[in-house]
Design a protein around this ligand. Structure first.
Ligand SMILES: NC(=O)c1ccc[n+]([C@@H]2O[C@H](COP(=O)([O-])OP(=O)(O)OC[C@H]3O[C@@H](n4cnc5c(N)ncnc54)[C@H](OP(=O)(O)O)[C@@H]3O)[C@@H](O)[C@H]2O)c1
Length: 363
């Protein structure tokens, strides 16, 4: 059935295609850390065997595809999308139901966050699934409000996340936004939590090149393993991407489906028709073919399956170039405005530009 189909699809299509994808490798890697060994040994024998992976710089195997949980079952009140205003009527299913579906069709990487307000529901789905913890790859993020409050709040939040998700460690824990004047200290708290075994790898999200440099120049000892940023053919920030790739920081791509708002783009539609695929699958394939971690979100089971079916075909160089060219100069301007608006979001500085970097690499 479809559930089996997705798992075997990932296995067979990966064997055929992973060697042609930048950054992709098999699931077998070695690492000296005991906790990591425990995870890896089980994973390499079980459900993730054959799933495309992207190794992090310490060789931790990171699944190339995951399930995004933002606006799944719950819409945070400060969500920027207009849909937030209509939250009670637009949330069709609980996060527990949606995540149960995602796990049942084969997703093993769950992309979570404090901000998403649904980690306890995600945890219920994990528990009910019976899937051993070692087969899962769980990422969470600490929100701006907690980052602003400092070490005790961050420690407390991670404990809450672990308790809600029903686990004693997260595979990845990210600084959600580089809160001005606060994110470096917050990152150093994550370093301590990593050394305590509660976080396997530390990462960042929404970091511009300049935020990363600020971090690395201020006494940080563990390099971020990932940077989670918006990437899709309509926001292809090549200079930023090249910078992080050169640094060995894996890019997790969010809003890879352009939040579902670009499926009628004529170029995307034309390429989709030529491959007998859907527009969503073209955007997803572009993402994985570029070597980014892909975290599509959908509350609909059939779309979860559709979104995962991106490993059984290949876009030509011409297709890729055409998709790359969908990013216009306006997209960089819009991005810059969003960065300035969101970096202080929900903190005591929300709505101000206090401390915000006014010169960042946008492209
Ligand atoms: N770090 C950050 O600041 C940040 C920001 C945004 C997102 N994220 C992460 O990235 C994940 C993905 O980003 P996103 O949720 O913003 O956007 P996205 O995955 O680009 O798009 C989600 C939208 O596309 C629709 N959709 C999904 N698959 C579809 C398909 N096959 N056909 C038609 N419509 C489809 C969904 O509707 P339905 O649900 O109704 O199917 C939803 O409205 C999030 O869930 C979150 O984990 C992180």
């Amino acid at each position: 059935m479809r559930i089996v189909a997705l798992t075997s699809l990932l296995a067979t299509s990966t064997r055929a295609l992973h060697s042609s994808l930048p950054g992709f490798s098999t699931f077998r890697h070695t690492n000296s850390k005991a906790l990591f060994q425990r995870q890896m040994t089980v994973r390499s024998k079980e459900a993730l065997l054959g799933c495309p992976i992207i190794p992090l710089y310490d060789n931790t195997p990171h699944p190339a595809i995951g399930f995004g949980t933002y606006k799944v079952g719950f819409i945070p009140s400060s969500a920027s999308s207009a849909v937030a205003a209509a939250a009670p009527t637009t949330v069709e299913r609980t996060a527990e139901e949606c995540v149960a579906d995602a796990l049942s069709v084969g997703y093993r990487f769950l992309e979570c966050a404090e901000f998403y307000g649904n980690e306890s529901e995600v945890g219920k789905a994990i528990k009910a699934s019976g899937i051993p913890r070692e087969e899962l790859f769980i990422c969470s993020k600490v929100w701006t409000t907690t980052i602003e409050k400092g070490e005790d709040a961050i420690r407390e939040q991670l404990e809450k996340t672990l308790s809600d998700l029903g686990t004693d460690y997260v595979d990845l824990y990210l600084i959600h936004w580089p809160v001005p004047g606060k994110h470096v200290d917050a990152y150093k708290v994550l370093e301590k939590l990593k050394s305590e075994g509660k976080i396997i790898n530390i990462g960042v999200s929404n970091y511009a090149v300049e935020d990363y440099k600020e971090l690395m120049e201020n006494g940080v000892s563990v390099k971020p393993a990932v940077n989670q940023i918006e990437i899709n053919p309509f926001l292809f920030r090549k200079n930023t991407i090249d910078f992080f790739k050169k640094e060995g920081v894996v890019l997790q791509s969010y809003r890879s489906l352009r939040d579902g708002k670009a499926f009628d783009n004529p170029t995307v539609v034309k390429i989709a028709e030529s491959h007998g695929k859907t527009a969503a699958q073209i955007l997803g394939r572009w993402c994985v073919q570029k070597g980014f971690v892909y975290i599509p979100k959908s509350v609909k089971k059939e779309r979860m399956i559709e979104n995962a079916e991106v490993f059984d075909f290949e876009l030509s160089d011409e297709d890729m170039n055409e998709l790359d060219s969908l990013t216009t100069p306006d997209a960089f301007t819009t991005f810059e405005g969003l960065y300035r608006k969101c970096v202080n979001r929900d903190t005591s500085k929300d709505g101000t530009l206090e401390g915000v970097k006014m010169e960042i690499t946008c492209d």
